[in-house]
Design a protein around this ligand. Structure first.
Ligand code: ACM
Ligand code: ZN
Length: 763
């Protein structure tokens, strides 16, 4: 293929052009020339009317021009100037690429397919006003050659946890299409709502799509429905509405992949048809995150479940032209299968090893059916457990490990790792942001994402079809909030999956983003201005503790204080890493153009004590998910904050047993350990903490056991367990924090909790 270069001509007489050409995702090659093409009443669109596909593209373009200007373009007429659309064999740009050439007398878009023409149109539209205007429509003269890096460029939307109207689904599709995303993953089925009309099983929507309305309460703390309460929250898409949405998407080159979850996450189907579960017991539709006593799996031992699913899938396949049908497969809680006689019989009769084997059996059986209809399955990475179905494509969401494993086994992969492409996570703050499920995926983190893991060689990398952002809706109750979570992060992802890696440039992206922000504002779309919260990163060098401050906001300064006051314009300006040599509270703000930005300043506590830098060993293993910044996080002087993912060491179900070696005998008179409780995340304060000391590391003497004084139902709290004693000369300290069980009314009632600890302070 001919090598293409990014050429950006920035001559001073091209100011208008500069302002208008802010295309996202960045094209492969773009050259801006002098002059402009004016779209007016004597502009005609020229195309081969015999080509039905091209006609669809022309209709799309003409409608867009009518929307912003009120003008109706002439079609194939004699005109002063022409906009020419052509499908013609063009080398080097593939199925979705295009060339776009603008001169004062003509605009020409050439592509191999309608998809390419549509993308040429999308680039062209990004140079024009975003809303209805009387402005002269001027397109800067330019020359673009463009094609995508990845063939799968996806955006997901969970319409089960909260329902979004057909009109909004179209708006969402339109938005993703305008940034050249080509796949809409429609999560139509989950525990809290069945959202697709299935003619053969009307209860799926008359029962399964409706629940008792508790939208006013946070997802995880919604009480379950009681018999007799009216189920008024919900909705579903009729097959006619779905056909209309599929057509709308196809006009924009967006393929819709429907997700019909199985075998877990189907409490909605079970509420409709209880015979589908292992217990076959009646249950009401879930209202939120409280699953206590509810079934949410299909019975894998019952053949009539497969008949049901084949009937459902037959209707789904008849509706959706997509090559792929997503069958879910994630987060199956296999406990119910362990105690179900039918499931256990299936394990024996089909010579399966265990319940993982049963999950694999389930998916393979469904795959066979879907393949028989000439379609392919996609599943979440759990479908690897117990053996991957032969033709399956894997969506890697629990990090990239599943994707790497699948690619090495020569299966296609779509990368959707929680970090950084779960757009239900915070993108800023989190203080001052709308409540989100947790996590933090900032715009820059998304922009910096590389979908090809370094673990894959060039041949294996070819199995990575692309990437997708997922938008789960437990905490997203309105269309406005969907917009806010997606904008502008989707634009960063669009550049990740479309633009050549070497064309990516964070500063330039931010420059181009300004025009898009303006357009969002004009179109009344909700969006995030970016993460103004200063990032505070401690690092130790040769036993000294330093702290780095940074902001993602271009051309911004950071002001900070260490005396506990809020930063002002007369506070210290951050220049180089700050050395921390006393206990203090650091507070920092981003300042842009003389204004303090963001809702709240970032703050971090540092504590100086005798165990700083000392070695900590654990008897029970630390969770691989919560390792903070390394093995000695409990003695680094950096205190855990309200953000769960930061600075805390997590233990899942086990007691925390930590031994600190002070290196030599030291005089000490108090020991404390900080712990976190976050009820909704199953993180509880330990039942008790025992403090012991030793001088040989073998025989320990107890100083004190401190019981937890805090109410176990407290939502969120940080608490220091501590003990004071007369001065002792001590070499080793052992701290044992006893893990708790989740309390009776909790979603995980009776199940092991997490302990989150940070900093063992020794003085
Ligand atoms: C998932 O986030 N459970 C796929
Ligand atoms: Zn069963």
């Amino acid at each position: 293929m001919k090598k293409l270069f990014l050429v950006l001509v920035l001559a001073s007489n091209l100011l208008i052009a500069q302002r208008n050409v802010s295309i996202i995702p960045q094209p492969v090659s773009l050259q801006i020339n002098q002059g402009a093409f004016v779209i007016d009443n004597s502009t005609a669109v020229k195309f081969n009317t015999a080509d039905k596909e091209l006609k669809l593209a022309v209709n799309f373009f003409s409608a867009a021009i009518r929307n912003i200007s009120g003008k109706t373009l002439l079609l194939n007429d004699v005109a002063k100037n022409n906009i020419v659309f052509k499908i013609a064999k063009t080398n080097g740009i593939g199925d979705e690429g295009y060339t776009l050439n603008v001169s004062p007398s003509s605009i020409t878009i050439v592509a191999n397919t309608k998809a390419g023409v549509i993308y040429g149109i999308q680039s062209l539209l990004q140079t024009l006003p975003a809303i209805r205007t009387n402005e002269v429509l001027q397109v800067p003269c330019m020359s673009i050659t463009d094609f995508p890096r990845f063939k799968y460029r996806g955006m997901h939307l969970d319409v089960s946890r909260h329902f979004f109207s057909p009109e909004f689904v179209k708006e969402y599709i339109n938005l993703l299409a305008s940034y050249k995303m080509n796949t809409f993953h429609w999560h139509l089925v989950d525990d809290q709502g069945w959202r697709i009309e299935i003619k053969k099983y009307p209860l799926l929507t008359s029962v399964g799509a409706w629940r008792v309305d508790q939208t006013d309460k946070v997802w995880a703390s919604r009480p379950q429905a009681k018999t007799g309460e009216a189920a008024t929250y919900g909705g579903y898409y009729t097959q006619e509405q779905i056909k209309d949405i599929i057509k709308y998407a196809a006009e924009r080159n967006v393929t819709i992949i429907p997700e019909i979850e199985m075998p877990g996450h189907v409490a909605s189907a079970i509420a409709s048809y209880p015979a589908l579960s292992c217990t076959q017991q009646q249950q009401l539709p879930l209202t939120g995150g409280n699953y206590s006593g509810m079934s949410s799996n299909y019975c894998a031992g019952n053949d009539s479940v497969f008949t049901f699913l084949e009937n459902v899938l037959t209707e789904v396949i008849a509706l959706f032209p997509s090559k792929y049908i997503h069958i879910g497969g994630d987060e199956v809680e296999k406990g119910p299968w362990k105690v179900c006689p039918k499931c256990q019989t299936r394990i024996k009769s089909s010579h399966l090893e265990n319940e993982d084997g049963l999950q694999s059996y389930f998916i393979k059986r469904i795959e066979k059916f879907i393949n028989s209809k000439n379609r392919k399955i996609i599943g979440w990475d759990e479908i690897l457990e117990g053996g991957l179905a032969p033709e399956a494509t894997v969506m890697s969401w629990r990090g990239e490990a599943g994707g790497i494993e699948a690619a090495k086994a020569h299966h296609d992969v779509i990368m959707t790792p929680g970090s950084p492409v779960y757009f239900d996570h915070y993108q800023a703050g989190p203080e001052g942001e709308p409540l989100a499920i947790g996590g933090m995926n900032t715009l820059k983190k998304v922009y910096d994402y590389e979908p090809i893991p370094k673990e894959l060689n060039a041949a294996e990398a070819k199995y990575v079809l692309g990437a997708q952002a997922n938008l789960w809706a437990e905490y997203i109750t309105t269309a406005e909030q969907v917009e806010y979570m997606v904008l502008p992060r989707m634009l960063a992802l669009a550049e990740v999956v479309w633009s050549p890696k070497e064309n990516k440039n964070w500063e330039n992206f931010n420059e181009r983003l300004k025009n898009h922000f303006k357009a969002f504002g004009q179109r009344g779309l909700h969006y995030s201005l970016g993460n103004f919260t200063v990032s505070i990163k401690p690092s130790s060098q040769n036993g000294r503790l330093f702290v780095d401050l940074s902001t993602e906001i271009l051309n911004a300064a950071i002001y900070y204080t260490t005396d506990g006051t809020e930063p002002t314009l007369s506070s210290n300006i951050y220049a180089i890493p700050i050395e921390i040599n006393a206990s203090l509270l650091l507070i920092a703000s981003t300042i842009l153009n003389g204004q303090i930005m963001g809702v709240k300043a970032a703050r971090q506590n540092f504590v100086m004590h005798k165990a700083i830098g000392k070695n900590v060993t654990y008897t029970n293993p630390l969770s691989r998910y919560y390792q903070a910044d390394g093995p000695n996080s409990l003695t680094d002087g950096v205190r855990g904050t309200a953000a769960v993912g930061k600075y805390w060491h997590g233990f899942n179900g086990d007691d925390l047993i930590a031994i600190i070696d002070m290196g030599e005998e030291k005089n000490i008179q108090n020991i404390a350990i900080g712990c976190l409780q976050n009820y909704n995340d199953w993180i509880f304060l330990p039942q008790s903490v025992k403090f012991e000391t030793s001088n040989d590391g073998n025989v320990f003497t107890e100083i004190k056991t401190v019981n937890n004084p805090i109410d176990i139902n407290t939502k969120s709290v940080m608490f220091d367990f501590k003990t004071d004693f007369p001065i002792l000369s001590v070499r080793y300290i052992r701290v044992t924090a006893k893990n708790n069980l989740c309390p009776p009314d909790h979603n995980g009632a009776g199940k092991p909790a997490w302990i989150f600890a940070d900093e063992i302070v020794v003085e």
